[in-house]
Design a protein around this ligand. Structure first.
Ligand code: ASP
Ligand code: MG
Length: 417
């Protein structure tokens, strides 16, 4: 017997038929003797609709009322799933965030979970009851409903798994696992059996949109073994209830991955823009004068490259921001012109950052060199490079994104079985 959290996203609970299908997945695990807490999202599209209503009601909306409205999508699906479970003979009840309670900070609309009291859920597991928990929501210090930011029910699921010391947190979604790269770009992409927390964090931050980034951070900190699998397979197909080896991808501690490949996956982030400041003063405080105001304007700066000064007095600085933030960034920088003392600003949009990810890189030389050589052979020009212990990121023209992803995917042998 194990204790598991099963989380179902919006497409998995999109209508009553799908909710009944989810109930069958839950029944399978209950029948196998496991203790189960289920976490649900709102029906797909519902949260967008609720958000739009709050904007319509008041463009400068009060974040506490926004939360009261948008949390309602999960209230509906948790109740409906509890009913569907009861209907097939399973003892189940729904829980809203405030009832558990899942305590959060007071950053309404983007709250962080502070504490979860799992004792009542655990007591009821002992009585054979399944808990169906509304994802995405908790209770703020002001005693009002708080939501966790878009995609937050993944984070609810991992946090609950940590609080009730679950053996595993199964994230059921509309894809059947985490792939070596985006299968829409490279059909030879392979589903990974396992991926380390750190690697998944890099993949998720780069837009492998399987999980909310925050949920992966939390899983890493609390070492919650998190499993990504499909809710669309027949709940009773062979192997689905295999506890040790179900179909999907396990996100886990690197120690659990015995045969570590050098490279695990290739990720990409579209719509990057590069901004260059030419001939700015090479003296203490210049970087702070550039990046401080950008941070205050909530502009997310990524790759930063500063040239070595030729004459000891002037240098160049290049960095990337999301394309959508270019105009705002240029305005912020021009306002700083006197302090920073640059000659000209140049910018280029429509770039893509392609990243090679793998914890095996820590102990292997030449990983970056192979990427550069392969891209050169395809005539792809590199505009900027950054590296970390487990990642090499390369900025290129957007037109070459797909070619670069496929090239790198094959260079590291990821398309071989
Ligand atoms: N329903 C929320 C959203 O759409 C939370 C979630 O689905 O994870 O963002
Ligand atoms: Mg989601």
């Amino acid at each position: 017997m194990a204790r598991i959290v099963m989380k179902f996203g919006g497409t998995s609970v999109a209508d009553m038929d799908r909710i009944r299908n989810v109930a069958r997945h839950v029944k399978r695990e209950v029948d196998a003797g496991h203790e189960v807490a289920v976490v649900v999202s709102a029906m797909s599209g519902k949260t967008n609709e609720l958000v739009a209503w709050t904007r319509d009601a008041s463009p400068m909306h009060d974040a506490r009322e926004y939360d009261a409205v948008v949390a309602s999508g999960e209230q509906v699906t948790s109740g409906l799933l509890a009913l569907a479970l009861q209907n097939i003979g399973i003892n189940a009840r729904s829980w809203q965030g405030w009832q558990i309670p899942i305590k959060t900070d007071n950053a309404h609309g983007a709250a962080r979970i502070l504490e979860i009291d799992g004792s009542e859920l655990i007591r009821r597991f002992g009585e054979g009851q399944v808990a169906v928990v509304a994802g995405f929501q908790g209770l703020g210090p002001d005693n009002r409903i708080a939501t966790l930011g878009r995609g937050g029910s993944d984070t609810s699921a991992v946090a609950i798994a940590a609080a009730i010391k679950a053996d595993r947190c199964d994230i059921y979604t509309d894809v059947d696992g985490v792939y070596t790269t985006d299968p829409r770009i490279e059909p030879k992409a392979k589903r990974l059996k396992k991926i380390a927390f750190e690697e998944m964090l890099e993949m998720a931050s780069l837009g492998a949109k399987v999980l909310q980034v925050r949920s992966v951070e939390l899983a890493m900190v609390f070492k919650v073994r998190t499993f990504v699998r499909s809710s669309f397979e027949d709940p009773d197909a062979p192997g689905m209830g295999d506890f040790l080896n179900p179909p999907g991808t396990l996100i886990c501690d690197e120690e659990e991955i015995l045969e570590q490949e050098v490279v695990t996956g290739i990720a990409y982030a579209k719509d990057e823009a590069q901004i260059s400041l030419r001939r700015l003063a090479d003296r203490p405080g210049v970087s702070a004068a550039i990046f401080g105001p950008l941070a205050e304007a909530h502009i997310n700066v990524d790759m930063i490259v500063q040239n070595i000064s030729e004459d000891g007095s002037k240098t160049d600085m290049t960095f990337t921001v999301p394309s959508g933030d270019v105009d705002k960034a240029l305005k912020v920088l021009n306002d700083q012109k006197d302090k920073v003392g640059f000659d000209v600003i140049q910018n280029e949009s429509g770039l893509v950052k392609v990243s090679v990810i793998g914890i095996g890189m820590r102990s292997h030389a030449g990983v970056a060199a192979s990427a550069f050589k392969a891209l050169a052979e395809k005539g792809i020009n590199i505009k900027a490079i950054t590296t970390s212990e487990i990642k090499i990121s390369i900025l290129i023209d957007g037109a070459y994104a797909e070619l670069a992803v496929r090239t790198l995917h094959s260079v590291y042998g990821l398309d071989k079985s």
